[in-house]
Design a protein around this ligand. Structure first.
Ligand SMILES: NC(=O)c1ccc[n+]([C@@H]2O[C@H](COP(=O)([O-])OP(=O)(O)OC[C@H]3O[C@@H](n4cnc5c(N)ncnc54)[C@H](O)[C@@H]3O)[C@@H](O)[C@H]2O)c1
Length: 274
């Protein structure tokens, strides 16, 4: 156990995951914050998934509790913050991790219901949980909000149209909260993962038929990513840990790519290494 989050109380929204040999981002973030001393409220719409994360934290000697909420529901977004505050007495760090893309398509094929669902879950929910937490953080002298975005927020093309736009909105939301609440010592930053090997990325990409298998995904990642490998949920969690802790006390409004250099490839003239 470390002490970078000692005495702090954290809420991770989307902190569960299905059973898998790999860690997903939300569980990795919850485990890393707890390992550094934070008490954690693990929020998920699926109780079993949240409880499995809580169990892992407790086994490692940490303190956590599960909260069930569906961030597609407006009232749940405020309620999950209130329940976390009641359980822990304060909230120092909020991590907004939930996003979906299973109903996405290209700009011509996407239907309006799919667009709306992704805007509500990927973007509106981050506004609503952040809006609910600001007055509580203010009361206790500040806090850190970290939103999980994607490098999809900076790129075009393909079949993740609404997802990319929702994540661009997450970046804008992050800047807006950062500036609006900087005087209250409330920081707000975004992490932009890409090419991260998680249960969700494997399941999503193979279900759409965009890659045939986990092995093929890893192989493509190794070819495309300048660092010649896919990232892990642990890579994402390390960035979130930094942004949630006092180590980043003067950092706000930042978009942090966790992508092995993939974003920096844009504009390069020579072909990426084969
Ligand atoms: N994995 C990647 O390669 C990658 C790349 C870029 C960005 N991201 C971002 O990382 C985040 C998710 O990480 P992950 O893919 O490892 O998934 P994850 O393992 O962290 O799982 C997310 C959890 O969110 C929960 N959830 C889904 N809808 C919900 C809802 N409406 N209300 C409450 N909980 C809900 C799920 O039950 C699941 O347990 C997303 O913001 C995603 O956009 C991931």
């Amino acid at each position: 156990m470390g002490d970078r989050m000692q005495g702090k109380k954290a809420v991770v929204v989307g902190g569960g995951q299905p059973q898998h040999d790999l860690l997903g981002n939300g569980r990795a973030i919850s485990l890393f914050l707890a390992r550094e001393g934070a008490e954690v409220c693990v929020v998920d719409r699926d109780l079993d998934r949240a409880e499995a994360t809580v169990e892992l934290i407790r086994k490692a000697g940490g303190t956590a509790q599960a909260i069930v909420a569906d961030v597609g529901n407006v009232d749940d977004c405020a309620r999950l913050v209130e329940d976390s505050y009641s359980a822990m007495g304060r909230i120092d760090a909020l991590v907004n991790n939930v996003a979906i893309n299973h109903v996405d398509a290209d700009p011509l094929a996407l239907d309006v219901a799919g667009w709306q669902l992704m805007m509500d879950i990927n973007l509106r929910a981050m506004w609503l949980t952040s809006r609910a937490v600001v007055p509580l953080m203010r009361k206790h002298g500040g806090g850190a909000i970290t939103n999980i975005s994607s490098i999809g927020s900076r790129t075009g093309g393909g079949r993740m149209f609404a997802y990319s736009i929702s994540k661009a909105g997450v970046n804008a939301l992050t800047h807006f909260f950062a500036v609006s609440f900087a005087p209250d010592n409330i920081r707000c930053n975004a992490v932009l993962p890409a090419w991260v090997l998680t249960p969700h990325s494997i399941e999503g990409l193979t279900r759409h038929g965009w890659v045939p298998s986990r092995e093929e995904l890893e192989e493509r990642g190794a070819r495309f990513v300048p660092m010649n490998r896919m990232g892990s949920a642990e890579d994402v969690a390390n960035a979130v840990l930094f942004l949630s802790s006092d180590d980043s006390g003067f950092t706000t409004g930042l978009e942090v790519p966790v992508d092995g250099g993939a974003l920096s490839v844009i504009g390069r003239y020579e072909k990426p290494q084969e």
